[in-house]
Design a protein around this ligand. Structure first.
Ligand code: AN7
Length: 372
């Protein structure tokens, strides 16, 4: 049957009513791609699977949360949505608002979001408000503003966002036949690690009690689809690692602008996921994030954005430290597409060679590169 997005697919596991009409761009259903070269390159006997969320309609996992948040906002009669964003949330909000025919306001830190994300927010017709401040300032402002203005918040403090994003866990389980041993992902505002844990927890639960969100309509705890839950590994950029440090970071800084966040709103839930799963938080230096981003692009053919590469960069560190055991199966969420941030990609690569439009000149380049 024609795939029409995650609300239709997981209707019985999501807090939606029978008559709810999804605002959807057919998000979800992303591939789980085994990394076929990386384990050999790092000399570890493990199976690593990348959940490539860059292949969602707006190029990040945010679409999963946004289909739910906008569907519910429209159902409740909202005429406008608002979010603070490091880029991907604004791109998704803008697209789903366009689809629903409602207004969208996005607050972004001036000069600190990747070019592709800015283009998306602008192109989909949202009102882009650049603030002279960082994401955390924007998050605080959005919460204040939503108290007095007729705008519905679609940041991940909106519980429907997490409900949509929990479907990543369901899809990983379906692809592998059960939960992996570990699940690694980048952590910024900490909504996604919370959502993954909700998904994995519901997957092993047969509790038929009604969930608080839907007042008994969904019955999403009905069928057990996994026998266990993974150990959760949450990786932050070294310059923006509040969860690792145990306190907010005043001026977060990292090349991975998507996770340039110093005071995550889902702090408590993320810590709960880490503790309950027996997992931990780790940090990655910017150089390491970029090195692994390039490694994924050049050794696996997968172009993710810098923040996404933190999941694999952190995993490699913990494999080398012996903290993640060999023989394990690991899922890594690659949260966004590399095309989102062309500036950072180009800055890491050698400039193209420029030659005359002549056969000889091109043959010379080929010979040099193949050493023949
Ligand atoms: C590619 O867009 O917060 O820990 O405003 O874009 O759930 O915040 C983006 C976050 C990881 C972190 N990878 O997820 C925003 C925003 C990418 C991201 C994260 C983000 P959370």
């Amino acid at each position: 049957m024609h795939y029409t997005g995650l609300i239709e697919k997981y209707r019985d596991r999501l807090p939606v009513a029978a008559g709810t009409r999804p605002v959807s761009l057919n998000e979800g259903g992303t591939p789980l791609i085994e990394l076929v070269n990386l384990p050999r390159l790092i000399g570890k006997r493990v199976r690593i699977f990348a959940k490539f969320e860059g292949l969602n309609p707006t190029g990040s996992f945010k679409d999963r949360g946004m289909t739910m948040a906008v569907t519910k906002a429209v159902e409740a009669g909202a005429r406008a949505i608002i979010c603070a964003s490091t880029g991907n949330t604004s791109a998704a909000a803008a697209a789903y608002a366009a689809r629903a025919g409602i207004a969208c306001f996005v607050l972004i830190p001036e000069g600190k979001i990747a070019l592709g994300k800015l283009a998306q927010a602008m192109m989909h017709g949202s009102v882009v408000i650049q603030i002279r401040g960082n994401f955390d300032d924007g998050m605080r402002l959005v919460q204040e503003i939503a108290k007095t203005m007729p705008v519905s918040i679609v940041n991940s403090i909106n519980p429907f966002r997490l409900q949509g994003q929990k479907t990543i866990a369901f899809e990983v389980i379906e692809a592998l036949g059960d939960a992996p041993d570990y699940h690694a992902l980048p952590v910024g505002n900490a909504g996604n690690i919370t959502a993954h844990w909700i998904g994995y927890s519901e997957a092993v639960c047969q509790n038929t009690l009604a969930c608080a969100l839907c007042e008994g309509r969904c019955g999403h705890h009905r069928t057990k689809i996994a026998t266990r839950r993974p150990i959760m590994l949450g990786y932050q950029a070294a310059g923006a690692a509040p969860l690792l440090r145990g306190r907010p970071v005043e001026n977060p800084e990292t090349v991975a602008t998507a996770i340039r966040i110093g005071n995550p709103v889902s702090w408590q839930q993320a810590v709960a996921a880490q503790r309950e799963s027996g997992g931990w938080f780790g940090e990655c230096a910017d150089e390491e994030i970029l090195r692994v981003q390039k490694l994924l692009a050049q050794a696996e053919g997968i172009f993710c954005e810098p923040a996404s590469a933190a999941s694999v960069a952190g995993l490699i560190q913990d494999l080398n430290a012996g903290r993640v055991k060999e023989g394990s199966t690991i899922a890594c969420t690659l949260t966004g597409h590399g095309l989102k941030d062309p500036d950072t990609a180009i800055a890491q690569c050698e400039a193209p060679v420029t030659v005359a439009a002549e056969r000889g000149a091109i043959e010379r380049v080929i010979r040099e590169n193949l050493n023949i």
